[in-house]
Write a protein that binds this ligand. Structure first.
Ligand code: NAP
Ligand code: GDD
Length: 343
């Protein structure tokens, strides 16, 4: 049985899609869940409750900051592939909890790599690296595997450590360790505090009379937004190659936060008319004149990554990976899902 995978961050957006993907490929899937006072398994409850996969899908208590639990789990499960998706993954929040972010998003990667090296060194390892590594060197878009890193947040700096320690274990110990440098990927399962989901939930709530308006931070930031379901296939493909390497996954298309707002409201038949600039910029329903969007500086970050645009040519060439869902389709999917859940 070579198809045994261990996923950290299995309760997150990507963990849930990756679990479904690996189960569909016949894998035995194990996930690490940390203890909460209330359940946080909503994204995988359908898998936990599915009796037809009770011998294929397993959940274990553990924590990425706890090297004992990681070593014990690697020893017990003997995985052939480990996907390290767990992290304090919110860039804005990383400015509020920088030390914890360094621990959970950075240092914990060495704990997991050591657990593997000492107990199952032939195991393949995927590290969830990020386009936040590129940060903000002007003139470096589109960004590829060759673009220099310049993180702009405690999150980005912690991920930089994880990126390099993954490369280091590959080179020093000949481990099959890969970095997926993934640009933003979204879905109806996206955490509600990330901007895309915040927008699509607001559209649904405004339409059903449950919310007055949407308040956002930097409307000018540009992101390369893809669909999470497409990206988990890319993670798996990286571990199926003859040699370990690092790959960018992206759509090669970028949009401002403002454009995402426009597209989301267009899904419900509203055209946003923007007036004003900076913190005074506001978005109105062009037909009724109703105020729907404003700017609240509390959502600004101490430092910002202004432009992300990824070049996925290497992944397309070597992995035969290509994103399937485009920007408009992604927005439509997310708005529809949030509208349906409020009906
Ligand atoms: P997410 O929805 O925020 O999920 C994060 C996961 O990490 C959750 O399952 C969370 O568990 C778990 N976690 C956090 N701290 C932990 C700890 N100390 N011990 C064990 N588990 C812990 O993130 P995502 O969007 O799925 O992203 C997956 C990974 O890819 C992250 O590492 C993220 O930084 C990276 N990434 C994401 C994107 C993107 O656009 N989505 C792009 C590039 C890279 P709880 O449920 O208990 O909180
Ligand atoms: N969250 C949030 N909330 N972001 C806002 C808001 C708001 O109200 N208003 C504007 N923004 C801007 C942020 O300043 C940022 O420029 C952009 O919207 C996207 O923010 P997020 O959705 O929080 O994502 P992110 O790009 O910072 O980080 C995500 O993508 C990274 C990959 O590039 C996360 O998933 C990271 O974990 C991931 O590594």
């Amino acid at each position: 049985m070579s198809k045994i995978a261990l996923i950290t961050g299995i309760t997150g957006q990507d963990g849930s899609y990756l679990s479904e993907f690996l189960l569909s490929k016949g894998y035995e899937v194990h996930g690490i869940v940390r203890r909460h006072s209330t359940s946080c398994t909503q994204r995988i409850d359908h898998l936990i409750d599915d009796t037809s996969i009770k011998d294929q899908f397993f959940i274990h208590y553990g924590d990425l900051t706890d090297s004992c639990s990681l070593a014990n789990l690697v020893k017990e499960i003997k995985p052939y592939e480990v996907y390290n998706l767990a992290a304090q993954s919110h860039v804005g929040v990383s400015f509020e909890v920088p030390e914890y972010t360094a621990e959970a998003t950075g240092v914990s990667t060495i704990k997991l790599l050591e657990a593997i090296r000492q107990n199952k060194s032939d195991c393949k390892f995927y590290q969830a690296s990020t386009s936040e590594l590129f940060g903000g060197i002007p003139g470096t878009a589109p960004q590829s595997e060759k673009t220099p890193f310049y993180p702009k947040s405690p999150y980005g700096a912690a991920k930089l450590y994880s990126y390099w320690i993954t490369v280091n274990y590959r080179e020093a110990y000949n481990m099959f360790a890969c970095n997926g440098i993934l640009f933003n990927h979204e879905s109806p399962r996206r955490g509600e505090e990330f901007v895309t989901r915040k927008i699509t939930i607001a559209v649904a709530k405004i339409m059903s009379g449950k919310q007055e308006k949407l308040s956002l931070g930097n409307l000018n930031a540009k992101r390369d937004w893809g669909f999470a379901g497409d990206y988990v296939e890319g993670m798996w493909l990286m571990l199926q190659q003859d040699k370990p390497d690092d790959y960018v996954l992206a759509t090669n298309e970028t949009h401002t936060v403002r454009e995402f707002v426009d597209a989301a409201f267009e899904e419900v038949g509203i055209t946003i008319e923007w007036r004003g600039t900076g913190v005074k910029e506001k978005g109105y329903d062009s037909k009724t004149g109703r105020l729907l969007v404003d700017v609240n500086p509390k959502y600004f970050r101490p430092a910002e990554v202004e432009l992300l645009l990824g070049d996925p040519a290497k992944a397309e060439r070597h992995l035969d990976w290509k994103r399937k869902v485009g920007f408009r389709e992604l927005v439509k999917m997310m708005v529809k899902s949030d509208m349906d859940s409020l009906e």
